[in-house]
Design a protein around this ligand. Structure first.
Ligand code: P5A
Length: 440
């Protein structure tokens, strides 16, 4: 891919309206463009990162056996009236009337719609559990949208829903998502900690937020530092194994603001391990039993008896994650953003020195591109006639983790190769491929 042909509108300076690093960088390197307050267009660079995140999120849902569907963004108010949330949801819900004066809304979440889908087809307990997810835009008319795509009005969410016969089975489903979430965030290069949380307008009495530490985060958290050492290796999808996983985490006090109790914190956490800090909520899971199934009459037949199904819901802020990754990975000291390889807009940039009447370096770059492509390395060539320092500055700003520099003296056998933030070295192309692949 040639830089000159791409739509990457880089700004000369940091935009003054942006208060936090992720918002600044996303505007500066042309990942997003504000359309109106709290509503953004995703430009190629930003969209590419979001799609890479989405793929990992999807993959980990599929691995624990969740089935993908796609529900619409526009919903009818009828089902929300059935559940009783139409009034409760308040001003955050964007309400619309169609030409027949029917009350519609832009979905802020999908508990009602998925319950309606479930109840229309599933009648027997033998079809349980049912685990369904979709990845779809949501709209919440937030009072104070801020920090760019971190707290916006229109955002992209992965939301999943579970249906089970009883509490025990429902908690088993809950724990599957708990594991899937840990694995998802790990693959994104993040350490996200599950913290006991409040349930707000979704409801229920069991809930965890998955939080990554960041000074710019909006969630206050109170935790035991030892929780960062918990490992989730060797956990299987068996009920007992998943239960043990939660116990491993829940051994350590770890809560969000609403659940905080100073006395308990001091009693449970030795002083040297106490941590009061801020974080970004990247995921949130809920168990709410029959909160929706009872009023909406979603039940199954269990040996001649009618049982309201027990439900949970599970969200990941896919679009928020783009900003959250920047907040977590930006190196303030060296002022460098180095994208984690799995979600980097490009994995490698080839920077050939090009002059008007000499195409030889561009030809070399094309040959290298072919090899990297054959090895599935997502690569961009800077085919502009800018000088080296301008090219490097640009790709350092974008945060592409690997760069190959082709200058006057470069030959095909020994190339100048640089990992962002480190010294460059001269090595051959095979070695470069090997290094990048080993870090994937
Ligand atoms: C769980 C899935 C729910 O909506 N219903 C379906 C439940 N949970 S939640 O916590 O309200 O949202 C899930 C995740 O979505 C992200 N998020 C946002 N991202 C950007 N801007 C917003 N205004 C916003 N609101 C929520 C968060 O990552 C949250 O964890």
């Amino acid at each position: 891919m040639y830089f000159s042909k791409l739509f990457i509108p880089i700004l000369k300076n940091n935009p003054t309206e942006a208060k936090i690093k992720s918002h600044q960088l996303m505007l500066r390197i042309g990942m997003i463009k504000q359309a109106s307050a709290g509503i953004y267009s995703w430009l190629p660079l930003g969209f590419k990162v979001m799609k890479k995140i989405e793929k990992i999120v999807r993959d980990e849902q599929d691995k624990v056996g969740v089935q993908e569907i796609l529900m619409p963004t526009i919903q009818s108010s009828e089902i929300w009236k059935e559940s009783g949330r139409y009034e409760d949801y308040g001003e955050e819900m964007l309400r619309i009337k169609d030409r027949q004066e029917r009350e519609m809304l832009y979905g802020p979440t999908n508990e009602e719609l998925v319950t309606d889908i479930f109840r229309s087809s599933i009648k027997s307990y033998k079809s349980l559990p049912q685990l369904l997810y979709h990845i779809q835009w949501k709209f919440r008319d937030e009072l104070r949208p801020r920090f760019g795509i971190m707290r916006c009005r229109e955002f992209y969410m992965k939301d999943a829903y579970s249906f089970d016969l009883n509490d025990d089975e429902a908690v088993f489903s809950y724990n599957k998502f708990y594991l899937a979430y840990l694995k998802t965030f790990e693959r994104l290069g993040l350490t996200a900690i599950p913290m006991a949380a409040d349930t707000g307008p979704i409801g229920g009495n069991l809930s965890h937020e998955f939080i990554i530490l960041a000074d710019t985060g909006e969630s206050k958290i109170y935790t035991d530092k030892r929780i960062f050492e918990v490992k989730n290796k060797d956990i299987t999808l068996e009920k007992e194994s998943l239960k043990k996983l939660r116990e491993k985490y829940e051994k350590y006090y770890s809560v969000t603001d609403e659940k905080f109790n100073e006395e308990e914190f001091n009693k449970n956490v030795p002083e040297e391990y106490r941590l009061k800090t801020k974080g970004i909520e990247v995921g949130h899971i809920f168990y709410f039993g029959d909160k929706y199934s009872r009023p909406m009459n979603a039940s199954v037949d269990y040996k001649g008896k009618k049982e309201f199904v027990k439900m949970g819901s599970y969200g990941i802020g896919v679009s928020r994650l783009v900003g959250a990754i920047i907040e977590a990975k930006y190196d303030d000291k060296n002022e460098i953003m180095k994208w984690p390889l799995p979600v980097s807009p490009y994995e490698c940039a080839i920077l050939p020195l090009i002059s008007k009447n000499d195409n030889s370096n561009l030809n070399k770059a094309n040959n290298i591109l072919k090899v990297l492509k054959d090895n599935n390395i997502d690569t961009i060539i800077d085919d502009t006639e800018e000088n080296f320092s301008a090219k490097m500055k640009k790709f350092n700003l974008i945060g592409i983790p690997f760069q190959i520099i082709i200058g006057k003296k470069s030959d095909q056998n020994l190339l100048e190769f640089k990992e962002l933030g480190e010294e460059s070295k001269n090595i051959n192309l095979d070695k470069i491929v090997e290094i990048i692949k080993s870090k994937k």
